[in-house]
Design a protein around this ligand. Structure first.
Ligand SMILES: NC(=O)c1ccc[n+]([C@@H]2O[C@H](COP(=O)([O-])OP(=O)(O)OC[C@H]3O[C@@H](n4cnc5c(N)ncnc54)[C@H](O)[C@@H]3O)[C@@H](O)[C@H]2O)c1
Length: 248
């Protein structure tokens, strides 16, 4: 049997109480990693960690990624509990969809803050720890919306495109410390975020997908695993589309 891909690795995943973040954490644990999950609600994130095997393998920490001190606390939990930090996944996200005519300034600021500032906080703070050990992998969740722009998502598309620029700039800054930074652009993935979408919008998106179906969270988790592990040791600054071929 082949070696687990993340044996003895320590990973932090933000927005990990549910959806794609939880699926990534679950997959990492299955590949031998110990995990710190961060999310907004302390009870929910602690329950998620329990489902992943409890304190030996996973702990949950309350963390709002827009707050730099919270991100410090999250990363410090990985150092204090498991003794290191090998992988950081910046996954936390929200949508506040509205056309520009109706979008409020607050809806714009919230989305940009969670995605862009949150990912910046996670990337810079994880890199500051990883550079001491001269190795690490950072995986940032962008979106197909950041590649093509979507109606009703001027806030989200801007933030997700920003994550691409941020990831590439960071990849260049930290490559000589042995740290890789890559991004994933998921297409339509079945989670609470997309199930909130009106049926008509769902149908329109489905029609654009050559593989003819929405993606599942596990199909994002596999790509996150690839980028987090040594399978992708010569890749940095890349953006992987996981979209079923949609808007390729
Ligand atoms: N589902 C999709 O089709 C899809 C497509 C493209 C990109 N994405 C991206 O993938 C990521 C995960 O999306 P999902 O579909 O699993 O969403 P989700 O809503 O199911 O989960 C997002 C998680 O992030 C947490 N969160 C929100 N704001 C936070 C904050 N400030 N600090 C910490 N945690 C916070 C939420 O509490 C939640 O647990 C997001 O970045 C999203 O933009 C999703």
């Amino acid at each position: 049997m082949s070696e687990p891909l993340l044996e003895n690795k320590i990973a932090v995943v933000t927005g990990a109480a549910q959806g794609i973040g939880y699926a990534i954490a679950e997959r990492f644990v299955a590949e031998g990693a110990r995990i710190v999950l961060g999310d907004l609600d302390s009870g929910t994130v602690t329950d998620a960690a329990k489902r992943l095997g409890g304190p030996e393998t996973a702990i949950g920490v309350r963390c709002d990624v827009t707050n730099a001190d919270d991100v410090d606390t999250l990363l410090q939990a990985a150092l204090d509990t498991f003794g290191g930090l090998d992988v950081m996944v910046n996954n936390a996200g929200i949508t506040r969809d509205a056309t520009m005519r109706t979008m409020t300034e607050d809806q714009f600021d919230q989305v940009v803050s969670v995605h862009l500032k949150g990912t910046w906080n996670g990337t810079r703070k994880a890199a500051a720890i990883m550079r001491e050990r001269k190795s690490g992998a950072i995986v940032n969740l962008s979106s197909l919306s950041g590649k093509v722009g979507m109606v009703g998502q001027t806030n989200y598309s801007a933030a997700k495109a920003g994550i691409v620029g941020l990831s590439k700039a960071a990849a260049k800054e930290v490559a000589h410390h042995g740290i890789r930074v890559n991004a994933i652009q998921p297409g339509l993935i079945r989670t609470a975020m997309t199930e909130a979408m009106p049926e008509k919008a769902w149908g329109q998106k489905m029609a654009e997908i050559p593989l003819g179906r929405a993606g599942e969270v596990d199909e994002i988790a596999s790509v996150a695993l690839f980028l987090a592990s040594d399978l992708s040791s010569y890749m940095t600054g890349t953006v992987l589309e996981v979209t079923g071929g949609r808007l390729m």
